[in-house]
Unconditional design. Structure first.
Length: 342
């Protein structure tokens, strides 16, 4: 009898995760075109056809409760990160008999509740990614159970699911220090996201803990190189040339920032890691497709989505609880972009 072909089987054939296979087969963002094509070819080779399943609750009744996943258009269009969290939300929701309704909005405009909420069919809300204070307050005013993922406000009481960015920033910088580096820069707009700011705080903490002076001239903390790359790689090169002396290593606020620096250094004839070491953050799919492969901090993206649903269910079930800020750990992924020196 022929073995049943599953997404897990395809994942094992290609040496990737089952979630990556699922995203590719569902034509969702977060997977590189090369990987997506390999998955589709492998699925076709083994005769696998993806089928959407009808969600049922634990009693087998086809009637389900629904939750609303809200995210801005900017978050929806971002590459390689949030789609994995969304997968975790949908998977955990399905396991608990919950239908997930996606609502995308323009965070620069007045927030309008989706029809599903106006019709009273939503039992709880999860927001994903950066969101304005005004929009968060509008969502809170809907008076539905709420969990916020990957963003937070110090003065707004809510339940948050976050990455331990401060510890992650510390671990990344400590890795560079233990690799012999003392001249270390930080790259990324620390004011663009609470996550980036906390990673920068971890970078500073490691310097203090290891008694290494902080040289601010090594860092660019008010611009995102990945944004400049939309205009031209020359824009990044111009910013790098303003640095009096390049550090021996750079810690980037995320992998997109690191990959943007790869392109700029290539244009400048500077080799990674022979001339300069780089470490990123997020462990997105493309961090493995650049050369050399990027050393980075892995975020348990699917687990963030799963934990958010569990937290939301507690609230939906009327369980008494205090609002929590839940921090999920990160782990170092050593690849080839950091050189041992000294």
């Amino acid at each position: 009898m022929a073995k049943k072909v599953t997404m897990e089987f395809i994942a094992n054939q290609l040496g990737i995760t089952k979630n990556t296979v699922s995203l590719a087969l569902r034509n969702m963002p977060g997977v590189s075109e090369k990987t997506r094509n390999e998955i589709l070819r492998t699925a076709e080779k083994y005769g696998y056809k993806y089928k959407k399943s009808n969600t049922k609750n634990n009693t087998g009744d086809s009637k389900t409760e629904s939750i609303c996943l809200m995210l801005s258009n900017d978050t929806r269009n971002s590459v390689g990160f949030f789609s994995f969290i969304q997968y975790g939300i949908e998977s955990e929701g399905k396991r608990n008999g919950l239908n997930t309704i996606l609502y995308c909005f323009d965070d620069n405009k007045e927030f309008q509740p989706p029809v599903c909420i106006r019709d009273g069919i939503i039992s709880g809300i999860i927001t994903l990614g950066r969101i304005s204070r005004k929009t968060v307050n509008s969502i809170i005013d809907l008076n539905l159970p709420l969990v916020i993922i990957d963003d937070f406000f110090d003065d707004i009481r809510a339940s948050y699911i976050l990455t331990d960015n401060l510890s992650g920033g510390y671990i990344a910088t400590e890795y560079l220090i233990k690799s012999g580096h003392r001249d270390i820069g930080f790259f990324g707009d620390v004011f663009a996201s609470p996550s980036f700011f906390d990673r920068y705080m971890g970078y500073l903490k490691a310097h203090v803990q290891y008694n290494i002076p902080i040289n601010n001239s090594f860092s660019i903390i008010d611009k995102n190189m990945s944004t400049l790359l939309h205009d031209s790689v020359d824009k990044i090169v111009d910013e790098l040339k303003k640095i009096p002396q390049l550090p021996t290593a750079m810690f980037c606020c995320n992998d997109l920032e690191a990959i943007s620096l790869y392109k700029a250094f290539s244009a400048m004839g500077i080799s990674v890691p022979d001339d300069i070491s780089i470490i990123g953050f997020d462990d997105i799919e493309s961090s493995k497709s650049v050369s050399p492969e990027l050393t980075t901090m892995h975020i348990y993206k699917e687990a963030m989505g799963e934990r958010a649903v569990k937290k939301l269910i507690d609230r939906m079930n009327g369980h008494e609880y205090i609002e929590e800020k839940i921090l999920l750990p990160v782990s170092l992924v050593e690849r080839q972009s950091v050189k041992q020196i000294g």
